[in-house]
Design a protein around this ligand. Structure first.
Ligand SMILES: Cc1ncc(COP(=O)(O)O)c(C=O)c1O
Length: 386
């Protein structure tokens, strides 16, 4: 019913992933499996809605409609069992924008902010660029998966004001369990630490895993959590810059809004809103088919490594379309591995070290692409002299 196998030419479409290859990798023809958008068609329901609106000849200032908010609230209830109210939702163009605004709004210069590396690198920038102090609660890599060091988190929470949580986690592909989230939540509540829960990958759990919004776990957690959600990864519409930040607590919400308003970031674009509403209303079946397809891509990589490239290990995937690959067995340095990937295999992957401590000896490979492309990438890897 949905053709995720279809290859679509994306070069020369002003695409970061394709049209910045020369700048990032020094080679314009690498197979791009880096920046986190997918090579699949955006669902038809979204394209149709956007085209219908585009047919109207005027693209003037727009408002965020009730229909858009309703579609999002119903989606969150339907997919994540979380009942929210319209007043709690604040628009943000992007999630990184919202993270920066939250660090600015909820902490003072010199305050400590917890991050859990290896993690999506703009978390580090949001702390640093705002002149805050970063406290790293290093994730523990054990038995091919990642765990939280709760003893260390308890210590760090005593001096922190905010934690930036990636849930599900990019790049290690963990879908945090209810127990883990409750333990994080308890530590934060006991130490007056606010939680920014970046749930941009919430909809992209692999079959068998269920995302739980941190704020849905208890009324107390709802009061201290800033939840970031968006259709951008879910429906492959990242270029439309439309996200929803859910903040139940009125005073936190007002503070956040004020910091967004300082730079006049509270207005969306008409196409982002139309696309979001259509996806949230009609995108369930497409998304479930996508999740099943992604699982098969992960399985393909896992099987290939086991049978053809035993020097590489796929970290157990639970969510996102991003594979986290351990190459420590090769003994090759990060710099050399990146060089080999680009020069010997013509592959453009993210080096793990950009995700902070614990990222060395790993690379991140974007599997949001047709199976034939994944296979092509794996065959190219096989040609590398490890
Ligand atoms: C965890 C996480 N947060 C935020 C983003 C980007 O969000 P936005 O493009 O809305 O700023 C990404 C994109 O890869 C991500 O993985």
């Amino acid at each position: 019913m949905y053709n995720f196998d279809k290859k679509i030419a994306r070069a020369d479409t002003a695409s970061v992933k394709y049209d910045m290859r020369e700048e990032i990798f020094g080679k314009a023809d690498v197979l791009p499996m880096w920046v986190a958008d997918m090579d699949f068609e955006t669902p038809e329901c979204i394209r149709k809605a956007v085209l219908e609106r585009a047919a109207h000849p005027i693209y003037g200032y727009s408002i965020m409609t009730d229909a858009y908010f309703d579609a999002f609230m119903e989606w969150v209830n339907r997919r994540h069992d979380w009942k929210i109210q319209k007043e709690w939702i604040v628009f943000s163009p992007g999630i990184v924008t919202a993270i920066n605004a939250a660090v600015f709004a909820f902490t003072e210069p010199g305050d400590s902010v917890i991050v859990q590396p290896p993690v999506y690198f703009p978390f580090f920038d949001a702390v640093k660029n705002n002149g805050r102090k970063q406290l790293a609660n290093q994730l523990l890599y054990l038995d091919n998966t990642y765990k939280i060091d709760f003893d260390d988190l308890t210590k760090k929470a005593k001096e922190a004001r905010l934690i930036l949580l990636s849930s599900p986690h990019n790049p290690v592909s963990r879908c945090w369990s209810e127990d883990e989230l409750k333990r994080i939540g308890k530590i934060c509540l006991e130490n007056d630490v606010l939680i920014l829960s970046d749930e941009i990958h919430a909809d992209l759990t692999l079959p068998g895993y269920k995302h739980i919004p941190m704020a849905s776990l208890s009324p107390e957690l709802a009061e201290v959590t800033i939840t970031c959600m968006a259709p951008s990864k879910t429906f492959n519409v990242a270029g439309l810059f439309t996200s929803q930040i859910v903040i139940k607590n009125t005073s936190l919400r007002e503070k956040f809004k004020k910091s967004m308003d300082t730079f006049h970031l509270i207005h969306g674009n008409i196409f982002g809103m139309i696309a979001s509403e259509a996806g949230y209303r009609h995108g369930d079946a497409w998304l479930d088919a996508l999740r099943a397809y992604l699982l098969r891509n992960f399985n393909l990589v896992d099987q290939f490594f086991k049978s053809e490239l035993p020097q590489l290990t796929l970290v157990k995937p639970e969510a996102t379309f991003l594979a986290w690959i351990d190459y420590s067995k090769t003994g090759i340095s990060d710099k050399k591995m990146q060089k080999k990937m680009v020069e010997e295999a013509s592959l453009g992957l993210n080096p793990g070290r950009i995700f902070g401590s614990g990222g060395s000896s790993f690379m991140r490979m974007n599997l949001g692409t047709p199976r034939s492309v994944v296979l092509e990438a794996l065959e190219r890897m096989k040609c590398i002299r490890f």
